[in-house]
Write a protein that binds this ligand. Structure first.
Ligand SMILES: CC(C)(COP(=O)(O)OP(=O)(O)OC[C@H]1O[C@@H](n2cnc3c(N)ncnc32)[C@H](O)[C@@H]1OP(=O)(O)O)[C@@H](O)C(=O)NCCC(=O)NCCS
Length: 196
């Protein structure tokens, strides 16, 4: 598996994609910070080198492949295919950019370069993902790339409810369920199949 699904110097207009190395993870300490708790999972500002080592080890297990995205010398993001099934030729996509660089078309550029590679070079049949119902930007990107909604699920939202700002959550109430002590978020399941 390690030798398969490698990427070495795949280029877009501005970007270059390679296998993700531990050194790339350390570059994420230069990234900006999401102000909204809704995107707290994508903040790495409190990580030290040990945390990045642990994070890298956890991500790059046998059934996953992760890739770095650089513009020049700057790591602008990473993405991965997880739970790769060689038998069913499918996997699950995850993509994360430097919070300072959202909305500049990098997500579009990455997926426009990667998805044809995934289907044609890796010969995969399907890619799926889960995205938070409140993550309108990501949903819009995935729909633009041709992903279709195939279902949804509820997932525990791990956050101290005291940390949740009412102003921030009100516009997104439909994306959550609240029980006495717990918060759950709706995730939309999406998938894209290789065109025949
Ligand atoms: C999701 C992510 C990868 C998208 O990359 P990006 O470079 O910011 O996205 P792009 O600029 O290429 O495209 C975003 C699209 O969403 C649209 N968009 C932005 N905000 C939107 C909103 N609030 N509602 C609807 N559409 C929105 C943009 O107009 C753009 O579409 P267009 O090109 O047709 O105009 C990036 O924002 C990111 O890393 N977010 C934080 C981590 C994350 O959420 N990862 C995904 C987890 S499933």
């Amino acid at each position: 598996m390690k030798e398969m699904y490698r990427i070495n110097g795949l280029r877009g207009k501005r970007i270059v994609i390679n296998d993700f190395l531990l050194e790339d993870a350390f570059e994420m300490s230069k990234w900006g910070v999401h102000q909204s708790f809704l995107f707290g999972d994508y903040n790495f500002d409190n990580y030290d080198r040990e945390d990045f080592r642990y994070w890298y080890k956890q991500k790059t297990v046998r059934q996953n492949r992760y890739y770095s995205v650089y513009e020049g010398k700057r790591l602008i993001g990473y993405f991965g295919i997880k739970n790769i099934s060689k038998v069913f030729k499918k996997s699950t996509l995850g993509i994360v950019l430097d919070p300072n660089l959202l909305g500049f078309g990098y997500g579009t550029e990455i997926l426009s370069v990667f998805l044809p590679y995934y289907f044609n070079k890796f010969r995969m049949r399907k890619i799926d993902l889960e995205v938070a119902d409140y993550n309108y930007r990501a949903i819009s990107l995935y729909e633009k790339m041709g992903f279709e909604r195939v279902g949804y699920c509820l997932k525990r939202f791990y956050l101290d409810t005291c940390q949740i700002s009412k102003d921030e959550i009100y516009p997104y109430l439909k994306s959550f369920e609240f029980s006495e002590n717990e918060v759950y978020q709706y995730l939309i399941k999406m998938e894209l199949k290789r065109k025949r």
